[in-house]
Ligand binder design. Structure first.
Ligand SMILES: [Mn+2]
Length: 385
């Protein structure tokens, strides 16, 4: 059996205000072509299918088109939901979709939900573990003690192991932040967990026993172990991801289980470039000719902020999306940037910001308390969504 593992499509996402759905559709077309070319039997989408719990109509249309095209290409499809998705909405009409070979496994209360898909050697059991918010999971049977992502996945894997009479081969599809993600894959700070600042990680040993674990949530590709991998997103969704490869894993199972994985590169419809320098330099530098077709983020180091900077930047780089001013004689800004990069909790980010703008005076005790309450309320609200 040949499996294509992809995740984090984030259908409907904008990129610094730019709509990128057409670009994403192009990549998904290439993915469908790869399914035909490489004889893929099963496509796995490991969560964050949509970017929003209430996607716009054109995002639904794009998903519809992609799933139909994959089915027409001869693949069966297994989907679970991520923290950006509404699992309930993603499951809409999934009982019909199952008739067409599209299996949405995204039930928080029953994370062991599965489908058995056959190849010449017999069945392979696919389990879909949706993103599990601990506060939500605690309401369910046997999960009263769940306090973290780690606990939630341990609970889910316990339920998976309790399923009677499993076939010899199995694949677990899950959306979570697993331990051992290399820094290079972690560039997207948007995906750090609000609840725990990314410190609440799932040890990959919890998945022991599966022939392959297809993970989603991290936007860079990462092989945490031979059989435990992140595919990353099919499109670049932040300038921190510039230059990182985009693609999917092609995973082969033989009669005995896992038999190997290879990287499948997908096209990058528009590259990302991060430029730095004085505005006049950027506009004149012949070495930047290849950036004119790219999505551009520019850090302007002019000591005096140039007038009309974005319009002038776009006169040469029409796809410039993001602009920041970083006068080179401002070491405090550099210090702030470093602290922000090192921050793991929202509180640390706010603290760093206040120290910058209040001349070294960070969060005061009352502010710290109020911020904590606001964040708790936000987490509780997200969990109940
Ligand atoms: Mn996610």
């Amino acid at each position: 059996m040949r499996i294509l593992h992809t995740s984090d499509w984030h259908l409907g996402r904008t990129f610094h205000g730019e709509r990128v759905l057409d670009a994403l559709r192009g990549v998904l077309d290439a993915l469908v072509a790869a399914v035909r070319e490489h004889g893929v039997d099963v496509v796995v989408v490991a969560g964050d299918v949509f970017d929003s719990t209430t996607p716009a109509a054109d995002a639904f249309a794009a998903l519809d088109d992609a799933l139909v095209a994959l089915a027409e290409a001869g693949a069966r499809v297994v989907v679970t939901s991520g923290n950006h998705d509404s699992a309930a909405r993603l499951r809409f009409q999934s009982r019909f979709a199952r008739l067409g070979g599209v299996h949405v496994l995204a039930d928080h209360e029953r994370p062991e939900s599965w489908v058995d898909l056959d190849d010449a050697h017999g069945p392979v059991r696919f389990h879909g573990i949706p993103y599990l918010e601990p506060a939500l999971v605690r309401r369910f049977e046997g999960a009263a003690e769940v306090r973290s992502q780690r606990d939630a996945i341990a609970w889910a894997m316990g339920r998976i192991r309790a399923v009677e009479g499993p076939p010899a081969r199995s694949v677990v599809v899950a959306h979570c932040f697993a331990a051992g993600v290399p820094d290079a894959a972690m560039a997207d700070d948007l995906e750090r967990d609000l609840t725990a600042g990314g410190l609440d990680v799932v040890p990959i040993e919890l998945f022991d026993g599966a022939d392959y674990v297809a993970l989603g949530h991290i936007h860079g590709r990462a092989a945490l172990a031979e059989r435990v991998r992140y595919s990353g997103a099919p499109l670049h969704y932040s300038f921190a991801e510039a230059g990182h490869p985009r693609g999917a894993w092609l995973v082969d199972l033989d009669a005995d289980g896992f038999a190997g994985a290879q990287w499948l590169e997908l096209p990058v419809p528009r590259p990302l470039r991060v430029l730095e320098g004085r505005l006049d330099e950027l506009l004149a530098d012949p070495g930047l000719a290849d950036a004119t077709g790219a999505w551009v983020s520019a850090r302007l180091t002019d000591t005096d902020r140039p007038l009309d900077a974005m319009r002038r930047l776009r006169s040469r780089f029409p796809h410039a999306l993001h602009l920041e001013f970083a006068p080179i004689d401002a070491p405090r800004v550099a210090d702030y940037r470093a602290r922000l990069a090192a921050a793991v909790t929202p509180e640390q980010r706010v603290d760093a910001f206040l120290e910058l703008v209040r001349d070294g005076d960070g969060l005061r005790p009352l502010e710290r308390e109020a911020l904590g309450e606001a964040l708790d309320a936000l987490v509780a609200e997200e969990a109940g969504r």
